[in-house]
Design a protein around this ligand. Sequence first.
Ligand code: ATP
Ligand code: MG
Length: 284
Amino acid sequence: MVKGWRQRRGGGGETARTPTGGEVLAIVSGKGGVGKTNLAVNLGIQLSRYGSRVVLLDADFGLANADILLNLSPLGDVSDLLDGRYSLDDLLVDGPEGLRVVCGVSGFTRNGDPCDFDASACLRALRRLDGACDVVLIDCPAGVAPPVAACALSADRLIVVTTPEPTALADAYATLKMLYRGGFCGRAGVIVNMVRSRDEARSAWGRLQRAAERFLGLSLEDLGQVPLDRHVVKAVRERVPVVVRYPHCSASSCISDICRRIAPPAVAGGRPAGLWTRVASVFL
Ligand SMILES: Nc1ncnc2c1ncn2[C@@H]1O[C@H](COP(=O)(O)OP(=O)(O)OP(=O)(O)O)[C@@H](O)[C@H]1O
Ligand SMILES: [Mg+2]
């Protein structure tokens, strides 16, 4: 087990879920720059459109940029929450179409090390969201530094983002291996981003799935693919999420398809409770 990590659930099974329980999804990757933040932002907006109350936590505790993509001007970031400078209500920023965002930290260093950030304290502070959202998307930095591990271990589900490149696939596999060996035992699904064809996506997913099954005994979900689409790049430059700016482009329609696969089942007879209690219980 990786130092500082704790086994969250026994026996490799799924989390015990209450019928109205919300879901924490951690978006991770091995290689950087594969499109996690773009996916987190756009999946969050699309899930909101489908009726879920979504909070996006930008867990990049050093080089955050969800706020840049969304053109937000937050009052502060998670470090202010931890310092007690601002409350969670102050820091939850309204993004497009009902998405709410807790912005990450740009340039924050403690002891000069951007990785030395107390992710567990941050997640504990976010307990106040309990019962106030259906889905929490955690946009993690690339790799498996301790803050990423802390966020991933708090999640019900991992969404591993990769491109079809062999280097990205190898790093995605290494990340999965580290997270499962470190104690994660929830579900994991894969999104293959920046693909040139469906076949390319299918083949990339197959390679990762076969390796995970053979060497880790894991069954990965195929959550879908997003094409290499110039509209995504244009939307980034315009600082408007692609599903808002170009809702009919091929990337946006693939993001909608992915949302249908990851959207929580309709919440009947009440709102989820206990979400952040479960998140924080990892650390308490
Ligand atoms: N489907 C796509 N088609 C074309 N370009 C894309 C696509 N997805 C992402 N990009 C480009 O890749 C860049 C990097 O994306 P993003 O910042 O979301 O990656 P990331 O995985 O969050 O990076 P980091 O690891 O640094 O946090 C974007 O600015 C965008 O230009
Ligand atoms: Mg990012």
